[in-house]
Design a protein around this ligand. Sequence first.
Ligand SMILES: Cc1cc2nc3c(=O)[nH]c(=O)nc-3n(C[C@H](O)[C@H](O)[C@H](O)COP(=O)(O)OP(=O)(O)OC[C@H]3O[C@@H](n4cnc5c(N)ncnc54)[C@H](O)[C@@H]3O)c2cc1C
Length: 566
Amino acid sequence: MIDMTMDNVDVVVVGAGFGGLRALHALRQQGKKVQVIEASNDVGGVWYHNGYPGARCDVESYDYSYSFSEELEQEWVWSERYATQPEILRYINHVVERFDLRKHIRFQCALERAEYDTKAALWRVHCSDGTQWSTRFLIMAVGQLSTPKSPSYPGLDKYSGQLIYSAQWPKEPVDYTNKRVAIIGTGSSGMQMTPIIAQKAAHLTVFQRTPNYSVPASNAPISAEEDRRVKANYRQRREQAWNSPTGLGFKPGKQSALEVSPEERAQVYEAAWHRLGFGFALTYFDILLNKKANDTAAEFIRNKIASVIEKPELRAKLVPYDHAFAARRPSVDSGYFQAFNRENVELADLRESPILEFTAEGIRTNAKDHKFDIIIFATGFDAFTGSLLKPEILGRNALSLKEKWAAGPVTQLGIGTSGFPNLFVLVGPGSPSLLSNVMVSIEEQSDWLANMIDHVDRLGVKEVEVTEEAERAWVAHVNARAHETLYLTANSYYNGAEVAGKPRVFMPYSGGVRGYRRLLNKCATNGYEGFELRDKPLSLNGQAVNEGAKLTSVGTLDSPLSSVVA
Ligand SMILES: Cc1cc2nc3c(=O)[nH]c(=O)nc-3n(C[C@H](O)[C@H](O)[C@H](O)COP(=O)(O)OP(=O)(O)OC[C@H]3O[C@@H](n4cnc5c(N)ncnc54)[C@H](O)[C@@H]3O)c2cc1C
C-alpha cells in the first residue's frame, strides 16, 4: 500500500450516506475545507447497500428527504408514499450532483485509524487506500445500521448455493425465479422482501426467531394533485415533523388508551390502522409508556395479524406475543403476513427447531433438512456502535474509543465524548437517531455541528472537548428518559441485546427530536455548555501545552439536564 499524505483540511467527514452528505453541504456553506471519505464505491450509505427486493423507506418520502433547500423540495417528485430503494438512491445522486458534492468525496477509502495529535490539536487520519489526512475536526457519519451482523453457523462454508446478505445486496440482478429460497430473519428487511420473493420463487422458507409487530404501510402512488397539495404547504409539514416527538409529523393523541371505552378505542385503532403506518404507535399518548395501554394496541394488532393468516397453525407462530408493541422496532409492511397463505411459502420457527448446521445443499434444523438454491441473511446489524468502533480511534493519551466505550457509549448529547477533542458523531448513540425519522435528526445535528465549528473557528478555539461531568449527566438523562418508556422491557438493538457480548445499555435518546433540539440550542446559547473550548491544546498530562493557555469558555452543568426537558 502506498502512503499518500494529502492536504490538511478543516474537517474530515467519514461516510457518504444521507448523514455525511448533509454534513458536507452544511460545512461547505460555512466555507470549510471538507474531505468526505467513503468505504464503498458510491454515495447513499444504507440505500446503496440494501438493494434487496421490496426495500423502501418506512417514513413517508415527503418527510424522509432533505429540508434544507426549498428548490430541491419543490423540484423533486416522489412517485410513492414510501419510496423504493432505487428511487431513494436516485434522489441521493440528484442531491449530490445538484449541490456539486461529489468532488469532495473519496470512494473506496475506509477510515482505518485516526489518532489525535495532542500538541498540534489535529486528527491524523489513515485510510485503507493509503491516504492520510490531517484535520482539525473529525465527524463520524458512519451510520447506525451499516455493520451487518455476521452469522456464524456451523458448516456455513460447506453450503454450495448462493449466499446473500440483505444489507450487502449484490449489484447484479439476483434471479430467484423458480428457485428454492430461504430468508433468515423477520425484521423490517425480511418482512419487506418476503411478499416480493414469494411471488416468483418456487419455494420460500422464512426462518423466524422472534415474531414481530407490523402495521400496514398503506403504500400508494402519489397523484399530481397530492404532490401539489403537499408542496403548497411543505414548510408547514416540515414544522409539524420537527415539532413532533419522533420527527414523523404525528402528534401523540391527547388521551390515554385507558380512559376511553373499548368501543371507541377499537374505532380509533381501526382508522389509524389503515393510514398511519408508524403513527399508529402514537394514537394514544401512553402506548409506549404504559404496559396496560400498550396491551390494548398489541391486542388489536395481534387480532389484525391473525385475521389475515388462513392456516391456524401458522397464526399461532406469526402473531407476536413476547414483547410490548414497539418496544422492539416494529415493521411497516405490504402483505407480509398474507404471503404465508401461498402454497409456496413456509415458516421455519427457530425457537421450535433451531438451525443445527449448514450443509452443502441447505440448512439442517432439528426438524428437517432444507434444500435451497439461495439463502438470504436478513439478520440485522451491530447497531449504533458497530461502525463507530471498527476503526481504531485514539484520542488524548492514546485512549482508544473501544476502551472508553467498553461498557457502552458515553456522550454529551450524543455528539462528543471526553478524551476525544474535536471528534463528533452524527446520529449516533445518545441522540434520537433510530428512535426518530433519522432525516430530521441528521439535519438537526449537521446544522448544529456546522454552526459550532464556525463559531469556535471565529473565536480562535483550537480544541472542543466534552467534560466528564457533562457526559455523566447526559448518560443519566438518556437512561432516565428510557425508564419512562417500555423500550427497556424487550431485547432489541436499542439496548445491545441483538449482538452477543455487547454491553446492555440503552443507546438512543427517547426524549424526542423537539426536546433534543431544545437541548442542542440551549447548549449552544450557553457557550456550548458541557464542552470545553480551549484556545490552546492541552498537553498529555492535561495541562495547557503552552504556558498561559486559558479556557475561552468552560461548559457548566449547574442543573441536571433532565430538568430542562420540556
Ligand atoms: C433497509 C433500511 C431501511 C431504512 N429505512 C429508514 C426509514 O424509512 N426511515 C428512517 O428514518 N431511517 C431508516 N433507516 C435508517 C438509516 O440508517 C437512516 O435513515 C439513514 O439512511 C442513515 O444515514 P447515515 O448517513 O447516518 O448512515 P449510512 O446510510 O449507514 O451511511 C454511512 C456510510 O458510512 C460508510 N462507512 C462506515 N464506516 C466507514 C469507515 N470506517 N470509513 C469510511 N466509510 C465508512 C458506509 O459505507 C456508509 O456509506 C433504514 C435503514 C435500513 C438499513
